[in-house]
Design a binder for this molecule. Structure first.
Ligand SMILES: Nc1ncnc2c1ncn2[C@@H]1O[C@H](COP(=O)(O)OP(=O)(O)OP(=O)(O)O)[C@@H](O)[C@H]1O
Ligand SMILES: [Mg+2]
Length: 355
């Protein structure tokens, strides 16, 4: 990777990503910091990136997996592209491909994408950082409280269900199989996690290697179908139709938390980065997000981490209250990424923020 970066012209660096997830956020930020932009995009989605006029070079593909083809990677290198990974990279490409076979410089620490992809490694990382995690049950027969049953890998909450006893687990699992949402063999792979009754709060941080600081840039919550709709019908109708919460993400909503939660939230971000430094030096490069639930005793429980930009930062395009506090107007995750790359170029430290 170092060889590739050395061949790049620092005056002609372009910022590239896959056309989905948080690409508009990334491209707008790149433009505002004076970079050219390159979008690897599916024909059907190109309308979005043309509409906002944020893309200088469009590379059309039939499928995002084409990013693994030498022809596309060579084109990206010719354009001096630095790739910004987002949720569609981890959703549509394998971790091995991302880490070993994508030979285009990437902003961020690829090694952490491997930790992110493995539920156990991820939990070890968060636990080492001193965060509170929901407990895990070994077998459906151990269910003695409300649990959320999860399948491995990022599936956007698809196929998840709740159960409060072994009987209700087996009944609901069989229902899901009958409805074609799960397969019989999924039973072995299901992760049983304590369900935290509280509100979702997703703080997004930026770990700056250049400034040696972890910033908190924004907070959001998710807007999910059907779980955010179930409360709109009465309990009697919920019972009548046997309503089950599902978690299909539709969008994100900005959140400001009570200020007394901020000290802990800031420390959590710092500790997660400190721990990452030991697990995979130099730790987190750039954006990351903790997925938390805050219970009514004001405890912050973390059930997941994303070691990259999350779509929840899109609520901050333009500005978010927390970014405003530090930078004034017009700072948001996409721009913060581009700013870090620009600073790194100016200081001759570009290879320090790429892997
Ligand atoms: N332990 C938990 N307690 C309460 N709610 C939870 C818990 N774990 C997950 N959820 C809720 O379930 C939804 C989806 O969970 P999760 O984030 O684990 O899915 P995912 O497959 O990782 O999706 P994504 O990759 O989009 O984050 C979220 O809205 C979250 O709030
Ligand atoms: Mg998640």
């Amino acid at each position: 990777m170092r060889n590739i970066i050395e061949r790049y012209d620092p005056k002609k660096i372009a910022i590239g990503t896959l056309g989905s997830h948080s690409a508009l956020n990334i491209f707008k930020g790149a433009k505002e910091e004076g970079f050219r932009t390159v979008c690897v995009c599916k024909e059907n989605d190109a309308i979005v990136y043309r509409k906002f006029g944020l893309v200088d070079e469009m590379i059309l593909v039939r499928d995002f997996s084409e990013l693994m083809e030498e022809r596309i990677q060579e084109k990206l290198r010719q354009l001096n592209v630095i790739l910004i990974p987002h949720g569609s990279f981890t959703a549509f490409l394998s971790t091995d491909d991302l880490i070993s076979r994508l030979r285009v410089p990437m902003f961020g620490n690829r090694e952490l994408l491997r930790l992110e992809a493995d539920r156990k490694k991820q939990a070890d990382w968060l636990r080492k950082a001193g965060l509170k995690l929901p407990c895990t049950l070994k077998s459906p027969e151990d269910i003695d409280r409300l649990i959320i049953a999860k399948l491995p890998g990022a599936r956007g909450g698809r196929g998840y269900f709740l159960a409060a006893s072994p009987e209700s687990f087996h009944k609901k699992f069989n229902d899901m199989v009958r409805r074609g949402l799960l397969k019989e063999e999924d039973k072995e792979k299901i992760h049983l996690q304590e369900y935290l009754l509280g509100v979702n709060v997703y703080p997004s941080y930026f770990s700056s290697i250049i400034d040696n600081e972890v910033e908190i840039l924004g907070i959001d919550r998710r807007y999910e179908s059907a779980v955010d709709a179930i409360g709109r019908i009465s309990a009697s109708e919920q019972l009548e139709i046997g309503a089950n919460p599902t978690y299909t993400i539709v969008g994100n909503i900005p959140v400001v938390v009570r200020e007394s939660l901020l000290p802990e939230m800031i420390r959590m971000g710092e500790r997660v980065h400190e721990t990452a430094k030991k697990l995979a030096p130099p730790g987190i490069i750039g954006p990351f997000c903790l997925e938390t639930v805050i219970t009514d005793d004001l405890q912050i429980h973390t059930f997941e981490i994303s070691a990259r930009i999350v779509a929840g930062t899109n609520v901050g395009i333009g500005t978010s209250p927390y970014a405003y506090l530090k930078y004034g107007e017009n700072m948001y995750m996409g721009r913060r990424i581009a700013l870090e790359i620009r600073k790194a170029i100016e200081l001759g430290r570009l290879s320090g923020v790429l892997t």
